[in-house]
Design a protein around this ligand. Structure first.
Ligand code: HEM
Length: 183
């Protein structure tokens, strides 16, 4: 919601997609997500830029291995900086910018043009088992919030996007937003 509030054009496109594919006579539901690729792009881009777990929980190398020329000895604790990987300028075009469109060809094109790999849910055997559920629930929740309400930042005037510290990355200033039901 913070990303949408700071990017009104994105909010407008998201609402237009919902209006065109769900309408106003019923609430957006999970089955609608397949026909809401732009909302999926918004969720994906938010997970990239505002990585929920910026440093993946510690893993341990089960055997000696080499990663990018570095020798990792069995038993070493591995900390993966997903935040930095998601902002790597060698991989992403203008990584500091919130651009849901960067996932369009991948999501709307059914994976024909794959977006660069990212790891908001970790990778490998210990990858988040809740990924499928999370993507569906977050997507349909955002869709319903955008469908039902008009949003603005109220008297505060601007959203403070400063990132705080922690295992899951909080906003330094919690988001305050005003919503009004559509007449
Ligand atoms: C947007 C929502 C979510 C995000 C960003 C997220 C992210 C993550 C990340 C980064 C990990 C660590 C993966 C690794 O060690 O490589 C993880 C682990 C895990 N997640 Fe999620 N998660 C989300 C939602 C969920 C949900 C909805 C569930 C359950 C219904 C869930 C259950 C778990 C469990 C059980 C683990 C531990 C897996 C293991 O260590 O074997 N997560 N998640």
């Amino acid at each position: 919601m913070a990303q949408l509030l700071t990017h009104p054009e994105t909010m407008k496109k998201a609402r237009a997609e919902i209006d065109a594919n769900v309408g106003t006579t019923r609430l957006a539901e999970e089955a609608d997500m397949a026909s809401l690729p732009y909302i999926q792009c918004v969720v994906r881009e938010t997970l990239r830029l505002r990585t929920v777990g910026p440093v993946i929980v510690p893993h341990e190398a089960m055997e000696d291995c080499t990663v990018a020329g570095y020798c990792i000895t069995r038993g070493t604790m591995i900390l993966v900086n997903a935040w930095a990987i998601h902002r790597d300028t060698n991989v992403w075009d203008a990584p500091e910018e919130f651009r849901p469109e960067r996932f369009w060809d991948d999501i709307a094109g059914g994976g024909a043009v794959a977006a660069p790999p990212m790891l908001p849910f970790g990778l490998g055997r210990r990858r988040c088992p809740g990924e499928g559920m999370a993507l569906r629930i977050v997507g349909v929740t955002v869709a319903a919030l955008v469908q039902c309400f008009e949003w603005d930042v109220g008297d505060v005037g601007a959203v403070d996007m400063a990132e705080g510290g922690g295992l899951t990355m909080p906003m330094v200033t919690p988001l305050v937003a005003v919503c009004r039901p559509f007449a």
